[in-house]
Design a protein. Sequence first.
Length: 153
Amino acid sequence: MSQKGKERLEAELLKFRAERAKVTEQLKHARSLGDLSENADWTDGKERQAIIEGKIAEVEIMLANTIIVERVEGDEEIVGLYSTVKALDLEYDDEVDYVIVPGIEADYRAGKISVESPLGRGLMGRSPGEEVDVETPGGVTKLRVLEVGLGES
């Protein structure tokens, strides 16, 4: 992933840890109220605690296995990880912009597509002027690569 992607994960981890502290306080308060078997605050807190602990563990594993990848100057003409790609959708005669990212950083609404997605795989290794037919769940998408540049890394 990119350095920015790692920083986003680290910020997310801090947020979950702060949320964990709030839930711990909620559980202490609920425990002080007495009978836990019919205490909705206790039940809700335990459920939230389990979810937060799962998210913390997930993010910690991702961070422990993170490898920072950066694009190298000179790779601008070939689509690779962290490339920005301007392409022409040949069916709709519409220009589309993508950034090719690792799956963990994908956000289709923001134009960040996973290198593992059908579009990402289809665009990898392509150069401006090349046309590609990409098999997607919605059918075949025909694209012509117009420009390739370096994205954020």
